[in-house]
Design a protein around this ligand. Structure first.
Ligand code: 6CS
Ligand code: FE
Length: 324
């Protein structure tokens, strides 16, 4: 397959103009976003939607996330990523398949409906994760484009995917919120440095390949600025697969926990990696389960009750990992 976004091949970085739409859908009054929201997403590459989930829904999701964190032994071991140099949990991947509440969240029409509209296709879960950034010890995520990694290491052909972050705690200016360069999604920054074998074993802890050079980042930041996607728990942040983003460490006492769901258009399913010898494992990038997200049969509340009961059972009775 022709690679229109080559990266990690050359010895000098390059800026390649985006050759894909940002908003694939055509707005109408029945769209799940207002015209102004759609225009802002197209322009900036991200959108902050406050109060998407109720306090009670967020409380249940927080309980589910806390239960997962309290009992990582009940999860598929390779999906639990700790901070470099400590046993602190940094991320839990594939949460949509390991926890009923997270699986229900990923299928929620308030999220999947927006993804289907913006991508103008059925969508499936490319990746899901809980990113914990605990107080005092939560570490940074350096600047990167998700698409650069998903294209080079997972074989995602085109820019027809997006992430939706559900804030489970308040993301403020001080506890390491997502920082995004508005408008950067229209430029693909090719990176220098061939992908090491099994790169994901280190990159999910601290990414060192597939990150842009400082000169390119400085130029992008000067041109586009840097915005922080802040909001109270229950806020949703939607960002394009190619938006340049990162987040600082959290040295405050206030935790920052977000659930990220990555929706990919079914027509954009993964091909062989464009810049790595072997594809990354299923828990990071869905290949075997390209199943269009369906309307769920139970409410988020019912799913959370099941999830917390399940977690209580596993913590009492030991590991019963595997999908729920
Ligand atoms: O490699 C990945 O897929 C993950 N890494 C980062 C820094 N963001 C996207 C995703 O979680
Ligand atoms: Fe990212």
């Amino acid at each position: 397959m022709n690679d229109i976004y080559p990266s990690r091949r050359e010895t000098t970085p390059r800026i390649i103009p985006r050759d894909d739409p940002v908003v694939y859908g055509t707005w109408s009054p029945s769209s799940p976003l207002t015209k102004d929201q759609v225009d802002r997403f197209g322009r900036d590459g991200y959108l902050v939607l406050p109060d998407v989930f109720t306090e009670s829904e967020i409380h249940n999701l927080q309980s589910a996330a806390t239960a997962l964190l309290a009992n990582p032994a009940a999860l598929d071991r390779e999906t639990v990523i700790t901070e470099p140099g400590s046993g602190e949990v940094r991320s839990i991947f594939m949460v949509d398949r390991q926890d009923v509440a997270m699986g229900r969240l990923a299928a929620d029409e308030r999220l999947a409906g927006i993804a289907r509209f913006l991508l103008a296709d059925d969508v499936y879960i490319h990746q899901s994760r809980l990113n914990y950034k605990p107080g005092f010890v939560g570490k940074d995520f350096y600047w990167h484009s998700d698409f650069e990694t998903w294209h080079v290491e997972d074989g995602m052909p085109r820019m027809r995917a997006l992430s939706i972050s559900v804030l489970l705690e308040s993301n403020t200016m001080i506890n390491g919120p997502l920082m995004i360069m508005p408008g950067s999604h229209r430029k693909f920054l090719s990176c220098v440095g061939a992908t090491p074998r099994d790169h994901y074993r280190s990159s999910l802890k601290k990414q060192e390949y597939g990150i842009p050079d400082e000169r390119s980042l400085a130029a992008l930041a000067s041109e586009h600025g840097i915005a922080a996607a802040t909001g109270a728990a229950g806020t949703v942040v939607i960002f394009d697969c190619n938006a340049m983003h990162g987040s600082n460490s959290n040295i405050t006492p206030f935790p920052r926990a977000n659930a990220f769901i990555v929706y990919n258009a079914v027509s954009n399913r993964l091909a062989p990696p464009f810049g790595a010898e072997t594809p990354r494992p299923e828990f990071i990038a869905s290949r075997r389960r390209v199943v269009p997200v369906q309307t769920p049969a139970i409410t988020l509340q019912e799913a959370a009750r099941l999830s917390i009961t399940h977690a209580a059972g596993t913590s009492a009775g030991g590991k019963t990992a595997g999908t729920v």
